[in-house]
Design a protein around this ligand. Structure first.
Ligand SMILES: C[S@@+](CC[C@H](N)C(=O)[O-])C[C@H]1O[C@@H](n2cnc3c(N)ncnc32)[C@H](O)[C@@H]1O
Length: 257
């Protein structure tokens, strides 16, 4: 798997590759990452990568030509041309379903905008997919690119210490993850839920599922609706959900009405 990043700020990317659980995947080449700076593909003395916006107004626009040359260099360094992803507030919201899809692919070329953004003609000519990190505006596409890279890399075989770890993460089965606890068992007045100390695997599994359902129902009811539509809810899940929806208290003693 290989990711090529078109970025004016490769210095932002480099430190990210040497930290945390994903660093071995980058160091070993299991996930290859290379940055391409459009400034290295300029042909004028000023190494210009941006210019004023036609029609007037504040801010600068990233020029097509240095980007096109950088893209051509990146694609020719790949065994096969990769899909081109551009980060933009106008893009599809990034989610775990997309991350899982990309995690099974060969990687991509990630185009990071800066300033007011990229000349639309580059997007029209070359971009296969536009992705947004959320409904807010960042100064550049590097953080969304790194977010995507991290989310995809942690799904690669052997990257997480325990292979089952990401299977219980939020969104993997359509729901939010349950709460987690560690030592000490008693923290002032706050104790770890006794079932987690019981060693009774089936009861622990049921407790986690119930907490996960409750958290999802109260924080993200849209995910419950989607999980139901996908047939991911069991009869037991549905029984709990209809009791809560009828006013029965949830595991925290509150109601969701
Ligand atoms: C200052 S922003 C440009 C914002 C643009 N003028 C707008 O209002 O949509 C510069 C670059 O940051 C990136 N960016 C900013 N917010 C983003 C978001 N929510 N998701 C993905 N990329 C974003 C894009 O690559 C964008 O071209």
């Amino acid at each position: 798997m290989r990711f090529d990043l078109l970025t004016l700020f490769p210095e932002l990317v480099a430190p990210f590759l040497t930290q945390g659980i994903t660093r071995r995947a980058y160091a070993s080449g299991q996930v290859q990452v290379q940055c391409w700076n459009p400034r290295d593909y300029t042909e004028d003395n000023y190494r210009r990568v941006d210019d004023r916006c036609y029609g007037g107004g504040p801010g600068m626009v990233m020029l097509v030509e240095p980007l096109e040359r950088a893209l051509a260099a990146a694609q020719s360094a790949r065994a096969q041309p990769g899909p081109v992803i551009h980060f933009s507030p106008a893009g599809r919201r990034m989610d775990q379903a997309l991350v899982q899809e990309l995690a099974h692919g060969q990687g991509a070329v990630l185009v990071c905008g800066r300033y007011e953004g990229i000349d639309q003609r580059f997007i029209d000519r070359h971009v296969d997919l536009e992705l947004s990190l959320g409904d807010f505006v960042l100064s550049g596409g590097e953080l969304p690119a790194l977010a995507l890279l991290d989310a995809v890399t942690r799904l690669q075989p052997g990257v997480l210490g325990d292979a089952a770890s990401h299977e219980q993460d939020s969104f993997s089965d359509g729901l939010l993850d349950c709460p987690h606890y560690s030592r000490p068992e008693q923290l002032g007045a706050d104790a770890v839920p006794p079932v987690l100390l019981s060693g009774h695997h089936e009861q622990i599994r049921a407790w986690r599922r119930e907490r996960s359902l409750w958290l999802t129902l109260t924080r993200r009811p849209d995910l419950i609706a989607a999980a139901r539509a996908d047939g991911r809810l069991s009869r037991k899940d549905e029984a709990l959900l209809s009791a809560w929806s009828a006013g029965a208290p949830g595991p925290d003693g509150k109601t969701c009405l």
